[in-house]
Design a protein around this ligand. Structure first.
Ligand SMILES: C[S@@+](CC[C@H](N)C(=O)[O-])C[C@H]1O[C@@H](n2cnc3c(N)ncnc32)[C@H](O)[C@@H]1O
Length: 183
């Protein structure tokens, strides 16, 4: 299990404690210290997730469950994970909490998904947003199967989340996603 953002361990207590083993990160050192106290046997590190994915941190470990629950947009972190040259499991389940699915505005934070719309303002329907996100997944981040897009009731109210399944054929030999390798 790779839990990209330890945070306050809310998801860990609800769900991820069921994982046989795992690693977690957070840029906030105090949260990592508290996370380590709650996660016996887990590897708990402080660091910036995007920078860490660009380096050798656990790149030999083929995580088969990946949780990306950042504040706001999950897409830059999914991109960093998918485009890194890591060992890959035959099947990987990826959960993305999507903090801006609810906002659906073309704001600056949407840069990763909508590079052409950078700096523009405006609204977008949920269906349009989902369509663009699915297209970006197919063409840029390894063509996973989209298992679900759900609305969750969680710690901070309602959230939307994606559940994706990456299979071995999503990856090149060096472990990065096929789609970007072909661009
Ligand atoms: C939504 S919270 C995570 C909540 C956590 N899943 C839980 O259940 O409590 C987001 C966390 O991401 C951390 N964070 C935000 N950007 C980060 C980055 N670039 N690298 C590492 N941690 C980051 C924040 O410190 C915060 O603890």
């Amino acid at each position: 299990m790779l839990e990209c953002f330890a945070g306050e361990s809310w998801l860990y207590r609800q769900l991820w404690h069921k994982a046989a083993s795992g690693a977690t990160l957070d840029k906030d050192r105090n949260k990592v210290i508290r996370a380590a106290e709650e996660r016996p046997g887990w590897a708990c590190y402080a660091g910036d997730v995007k920078r860490v994915f660009g380096g050798p941190w656990f790149d030999w470990r083929a995580f088969d469950v990946v949780d990306i629950d950042a504040w706001g947009s999950p897409w830059p972190f999914l991109a960093a994970w998918a485009e890194s040259s890591r060992a890959r499991a035959i099947d990987t389940l990826v959960f993305l909490t999507d903090g801006y699915a609810g906002k659906v505005s073309l704001a600056a934070r949407c840069k990763t998904l909508f590079p052409a719309a950078s700096g523009q303002r405006g609204q977008m329907s949920m269906a349009e947003y989902q369509g663009i996100a699915r297209q970006a997944l197919r063409s840029r981040w390894g063509d996973p199967e989209v298992l679900a897009f759900v609305r969750l009731r969680g710690g901070a109210g309602h959230m939307r989340a994606w559940a994706l399944r990456y299979t071995a054929d999503c990856w090149t030999e060096n472990g990065s996603c096929r789609a970007s390798a072909h661009e």
